[in-house]
Design a protein around this ligand. Structure first.
Ligand code: NAD
Length: 498
């Protein structure tokens, strides 16, 4: 059986590591194995990156950017193969995989702007004959640890910008769907990237611990669930590394009584069930203001859900595919069970979808649960499945208080026709990414992505302008070239311009 290996120093290698099964979630069958890097394998990758660093650091930014131009072309040329690899291991349908890849490519496009982004600041004559400037220098070898749900896009949030800023990179992708991530990273060699600048080590906690412990790793970008994000952040900090750790989410949409209800239902449908709800920006809770809005929402949603098509990625007319593992399928079903046991009303039940020819796949059908309350387990947790819960409230302020009291603050949205309400909402809500009649307010590549509260540990958001700051350190240089005529003597007071 094929073993997905590592990319170290420009070569795909199969090391003498432990392995783990990789599944096709649409059939439930094991399709490959993935190598789980030992500490020695990780150290080999770090050594390769460290060796490549001095020359890469001194390569002009425009030459580094040219690699990204070529990389973008290669990603586009290989899009079908990449999407097929994503589908085979993640399960998402080709249209959704293509969207993920396109969002990743947009980060590569932004990385092509590196010479502009790295220009720095310059002040002439900060004092007589003294000039001062600030520049952004790379950190060295940096690492990224990524989740299963966007095997192409989330790694592309990280390494194009890190590399173009002059760093070398070690990526530790999700062990559950490693093939597309490795395939994409290997294209960088064809794009002209010197060996060792980009490395991929597949693996689990052992590989992550080896990265966190190693003194040559200067910064860590993490995206995944909140408990792991929190541990990674505190360990990286304790080990003196810069860290940004993006965690889980529970994204609420407020449905106001004045909302265009047909539009709200259509938008919610895609945002709740697209990618089987396995998106950190999935809208998983609709907070309806007033019973009239709630009744209309539930009834229209119930009707719309009759047309939802769940099935394998090989049929492009499906709306969404399976969830990632059997264990995760059981977890999602468990949350639907618990909501029902705790008094909620399961209006559309996706617990036993019948997918002909895919009886052993990890499928959960679209599920709609009404009358959910904030004390229920299914409300508190990030379900990460195709489940939309409806919470009923009487006022917009009550809806906002619910959102503000939740531990997560990744994304949110309000459906309304009232500009004043929308403005108040976007100003006062304690969430990092806000949509106004936009269900998935995922920032474009030239803005940055990040949640608030326990959805992000660290100061800088992912990709966009924050990524330049994260992957560089500022140096400020003050210079004078004294000429014989204007030499000053020793000065013992603090230099000022007074
Ligand atoms: P996960 O936390 O299980 O895994 C993420 C990464 O951490 C993987 O590479 C995994 O191998 C590694 N990991 C897992 N357990 C570890 C441990 N004990 N020690 C060290 N490393 C460990 O997350 P997942 O299930 O792959 O992805 C889904 C989660 O990611 C969801 O919570 C989702 O909301 C979140 N996510 C967040 C964002 C965001 O931008 N905030 C984006 C995508 C996904």
């Amino acid at each position: 059986m094929t073993v997905v290996g590592h990319l170290i120093n420009g070569e795909i290698i199969a090391a003498d590591d432990r392995t783990q099964d990789v599944y096709n979630p649409a059939t439930g069958e094991v399709s490959k194995q993935v190598a789980l890097a030992s500490r020695a394998t990780v150290e080999q990758a770090i050594a390769a990156a460290q060796a490549a660093y001095p020359e890469w650091r001194d390569t002009p930014a425009i030459k580094r950017a040219r690699v990204m131009f070529k990389f973008k072309q290669l990603l586009e040329q290989n899009a079908d193969e990449i999407c097929a690899l994503i589908g085979a291991e993640h399960g998402k349908i080709s249209h959704d995989a293509a969207g993920e890849l396109q969002r990743g490519i947009e980060n590569v496009e932004y990385a092509c702007c590196a010479p502009e982004l790295l220009k720095g600041e310059h002040s002439k004559n900060v004092a007589a004959n003294i000039d001062s400037w600030s520049e952004h220098q790379p950190l060295g070898v940096v690492a990224g640890i990524t989740p299963f749900n966007f095997p192409a896009m989330v790694p592309l949030w990280m390494y194009p910008m890190a590399i173009v800023c002059g760093n070398c990179f070690i990526l530790k992708p999700s062990e559950r769907d490693p093939s597309s991530t490795l395939f994409i990273a290997a294209l960088l060699k064809e794009a002209g990237l010197p060996d060792g600048v980009m490395n991929v080590v597949n693996g689990d906690k052992e590989a992550v611990d080896a990265l966190l412990d190693h003194e040559d790793i200067k910064a860590v970008s993490f995206v995944g669930s909140t408990p792991i994000a929190e541990t990674i952040y505190s360990t990286a900090n304790a080990n003196g590394k810069r860290c940004q750790a993006l965690g889980g989410a529970k994204n609420h949409a407020i449905v106001m009584p004045d909302a265009d209800m047909d539009n709200a239902v259509a938008q919610l449908l895609g945002a709740a069930f697209g990618s089987s709800g396995e998106r950190c920006m999935a809208l998983s809770v609709a907070v309806a203001v007033g019973d009239a809005a709630a009744d209309a929402l539930v009834s229209k949603m119930q009707t719309a859900m009759q047309d939802l098509k769940v099935g394998p990625c090989t049929n492009a007319s499906n709306d969404f595919g399976p969830v990632i593992t059997r264990q995760h399928q059981q977890k999602v079903v468990g949350f639907i069970d618990s909501a029902e046991q705790q008094g909620a009303n399961v209006v559309v039940d996706g617990r036993n979808p019948q997918i002909e020819g895919h009886e052993n796949g990890f499928f959960v059908g679209g599920t709609l649960i009404d009358n959910v309350t904030v004390d229920m387990d299914s409300y508190a947790a990030e379900i990460f499945g195709p489940v939309l819960q409806v919470v009923r409230v009487n006022t917009m302020q009550e809806a906002m208080d619910i959102i503000n009291n939740h531990e997560y603050g990744n994304g949110t949205c309000i459906f309304t026709r009232d500009g004043e309400a929308a403005r108040y909402f976007s100003d006062q809500i304690l969430v990092g990414m806000v949509g106004i009649n936009v269900p998935l307010p995922v920032p474009v590549a030239y803005h940055s992505f990040g949640g608030w509260k326990r959805s992000l540990f660290g100061d800088l958001h992912a990709y966009g302008p924050d990524a330049v700051r994260f992957y560089t350190k500022r140096k400020t240089i003050t210079q004078r070239w004294p000429s014989a005529g204007v030499r000053e003597g020793a000065m013992f007071s603090m230099p000022t311009m007074k």
